[in-house]
Design a protein around this ligand. Structure first.
Ligand SMILES: [Zn+2]
Length: 393
């Protein structure tokens, strides 16, 4: 695809959110801060706290109670979960990523505290939730129901996954009959699943029965609370129960998309590309079983039209790789075939052009500011390859 067309497509895609989204294509908000990769599975992943960008044009969030710590590697976690579904099944979850650092925007809070009333942050917050609404609308149209996993990282000492169904530690400790009460079910992030799961399991069974998500993750090697093995956090133990995203986009307010906030420890899960990949592949298998048993009765949802990215489809052979990416410093570029390198900013302006030989070298261009850049290479035979680089100095 010609670069101009590519940019035109990106810009049109981002400017007109009412337009149909195409599975396998990636869309950005007009400011470039929010990314939506459209999928074709009844699964939505959100990564609100893994952003790197700290543009000076957005004020730091300094309103009362604003939490500004990044959840390290949760953006990367979302991408690798997306990748393993693609590799094994040719299908994609929907993936929504906030590229802004939490200092600038927290999409997992209501708008006031999320943005501290910065108009630019408000625009990005709205884009994040509009993309999520679009993903939910597509899943509902195509499957009638689905699951949203909101991906986070915690720094609690106890090394286990914390699954947030909008039930606090106190709620989980309150006993089965309280948890199964209509009052508590109506406030659950999986309210719809409790009503329509195929085996008639009740709320408690879905939270910590033998076929609960936490139980299966624990069996697969990832200690989880709640689960059959760890039914609730003990009094005084820290526990994240879910926040704005799972409250707004789960089935509590209505609809049939359930939402679970997943809080991951660093050790053994988020810390390296290898641990993330092993975890992502485990989660893939668990989620397929979960959707099959509780929602669909079979794995027909995996019979998707294989997704194709407008970029990757044209360039299945990778001419170069960039690492690290995202990066805070000048990344290394490993070039497979010599060619012309170009760096574009998000508006499609060419900032750098030069010839590169094959081999490993530093990227020969340092932008003036952080942001999302497109790096392209074209060989003498006219063969092109593009990739996206996130730079956060
Ligand atoms: Zn978080």
């Amino acid at each position: 695809m010609h670069l101009l067309l590519l940019f035109t497509f990106l810009l049109i895609g981002s400017a007109s959110l009412a337009q149909p989204f195409v599975p396998g294509q990636t869309y950005f908000s007009a400011d470039g801060y929010i990314e939506y990769r459209c999928g074709n599975l009844p699964l939505i992943l959100t990564a609100p706290h893994g952003g790197y960008l700290e543009p000076a044009t957005l004020p730091d969030r300094s309103c009362p109670d604003a939490v500004t710590i990044r959840d390290g590697f949760t953006q990367e976690l979302g991408r690798v979960i997306d990748s393993v579904f693609n590799e094994y099944h040719g299908c994609s979850p929907h993936l929504i990523i906030n590229h802004l650092h939490r200092k600038k925007l927290d999409p997992n809070r209501e708008q006031g505290i999320a943005t501290c009333d910065s108009p630019q942050a408000v625009a990005a917050w709205e884009a994040f939730h509009r993309f999520t609404d679009s993903a939910k609308a597509l899943v509902t149209r195509d499957f009638g129901k689905g699951l949203l996993l909101d991906l986070h990282g915690h720094a609690h000492t106890i090394q286990r996954l914390e699954l947030g169904y909008q039930l606090t530690g106190d709620h989980l400790r309150s006993g089965d009959s309280a948890i199964n009460s209509a009052f508590r079910v109506q406030r659950s992030g999986i309210r719809s699943l409790v009503a329509i799961n195929r085996n008639g399991l009740n709320h408690v069974e879905l939270l910590r029965g033998e076929n609960a998500l936490g139980t299966w993750l624990q069996r697969a090697g990832y200690a989880s609370v709640p689960s059959q093995q760890i039914p609730f956090p003990l009094a005084g133990e820290p526990f994240f129960s879910g926040a704005y995203i799972t409250e707004r986009h789960g089935s509590m307010p209505g609809g049939s998309i359930d939402a679970i906030q997943m809080e991951h420890q660093m050790t053994g899960v988020r810390e390296t590309a290898a641990t993330r990949r092993v975890y992502a592949d485990t989660l893939r298998r668990v989620i397929i079983d979960y959707l099959q048993l509780h929602s669909f009765g079979d794995t027909g949802f995996l019979n998707c039209q294989p997704v194709s990215s407008g970029i990757q489809k044209q360039n299945s052979h990778q001419l170069f790789s960039l690492y690290p990416n995202p990066s805070a410093l000048l990344p290394q570029i490993e070039v497979q075939t010599a060619g012309e390198l170009k760096v574009y900013d998000f508006q499609g302006r060419c900032l750098f052009s030069g010839m590169l030989e094959s081999g490993i070298q530093s990227l020969p261009f340092l932008p003036k500011s952080g942001g999302i850049y497109l790096i392209s290479m074209t060989t003498s035979s006219g063969y092109g390859f593009y990739t996206r680089w996130v730079y956060y100095p």
